[in-house]
Design a protein around this ligand. Structure first.
Ligand SMILES: Nc1ncnc2c1ncn2[C@@H]1O[C@H](COP(=O)(O)OP(=O)(O)OP(=O)(O)O)[C@@H](O)[C@H]1O
Ligand SMILES: [Mg+2]
Length: 293
């Protein structure tokens, strides 16, 4: 392991603009330890290796061997619990891998949004561990259940601003995305004057501006008309990376997802591959109705 690991460590550290001192502080070790690891004079223990993979936002295999595993770990939730007035999440264990397309299903109030907000970092769990093998600023795109839009901007201004923030700006790209999402006629309309479905389309468009390692969509199609919903699922089919979507849009999801996760009574009641569901001659909706009884 020594040769690959030591060069991986030093190059990944430099990519993250971390000095040996800064990395040492994050790991609660001395700077000399980091220096020894990078020279191959000693090796970190497994707990430090795991912490290193989180800090450097790579999976463990890649850190140690320099090779990307086929099933990259993206996010791992271990024994997560969260209580508001009542216990919502009781013992959630969920692992998201590269190229997963997960439909997160469950009744209203079952805690779906709480799970994705825990992954994103908007909710702090009461107990359990969230491991993110990605850089939340670079590799994560999120559409929250409530639209987060700046009411006073025009659609075009908003998309331009968001594209600039995400380093995706070009005038042609902005115009193209607005047209694709059927918002051409609203380009100069102020957000506060849009209909509910139009606002959802703007928020969705913004969440899809940049390529990401993990895309999280919390009820993306709510309020949208049939034509826009069809367009959206078709568009999503061409998005790379892992996708986790909360949806009640059962008409569309059989073609799109590879995995369904059912949340019930505060735990993951089922986690099934769509291929298995289909091989039992079921649709996801039929599977869901039976599993969620
Ligand atoms: N910030 C909060 N403060 C208090 N209670 C909350 C908070 N967020 C969520 N809850 C409660 O936790 C439970 C789960 O909410 P959550 O939004 O995660 O459900 P959901 O599965 O996303 O539901 P829906 O399908 O309606 O979006 C609900 O009973 C809700 O009232
Ligand atoms: Mg929700």
């Amino acid at each position: 392991m020594k040769n690959v690991f030591r060069s991986q460590l030093s190059s990944l550290r430099q990519k993250k603009n971390l000095s040996q001192e800064a990395l040492a502080q994050k790991l609660y070790v001395s700077r000399q330890s980091i220096s020894k690891w990078e020279h191959g004079d000693s090796e970190p223990d497994i707990a430090k290796l795991i912490s290193l993979s989180e800090i450097l936002a790579v999976n463990l295999d890649f850190l140690i061997s320099g090779q990307q595993s086929h099933d990259d770990l993206i996010v791992q939730l271990q024994h997560i619990s969260k209580k508001f007035k009542q216990a919502v999440l009781k013992d959630i264990n969920l692992t998201v891998y590269g190229r997963d397309r997960i439909a997160l299903l469950g009744a209203n109030g079952s805690g779906k949004t709480t799970i994705v907000n825990t992954i994103v970092g908007l909710v702090t769990p009461d107990s359990g561990k969230v491991s993110r093998f990605l850089d939340p600023h670079e590799d994560l795109s999120v559409l929250t259940q409530e639209n987060m839009l700046i009411e006073s901007l025009q659609v075009q201004e908003h998309v331009m601003l968001s594209a600039k923030i995400q380093n995706q700006f070009s005038p042609a790209f902005v115009t193209e995305m607005i047209a694709k999402f059927g918002l051409g006629e609203q380009a100069r309309v102020t957000i506060s004057q849009l209909s509910g479905g139009q606002r959802r389309k703007v928020a969705l468009l913004i969440s899809l501006l940049k390529p990401s390692k993990l895309l999280i969509l919390d009820e993306p199609t709510v309020g949208m008309d049939l034509e826009s919903i069809d367009f959206f699922w078709h568009y999503l089919d061409h998005v790379g990376g892992s996708v986790m979507t909360i949806t009640h849009d059962f008409n569309q999801i059989d073609q799109y997802f590879t995995r369904v996760v059912l949340l019930k009574d505060g735990v993951i009641a089922a986690d099934e591959s769509v291929a298995t569901i289909h091989s039992n001659n079921q649709t996801i909706e039929q599977w869901y109705r039976l599993a969620n009884q």
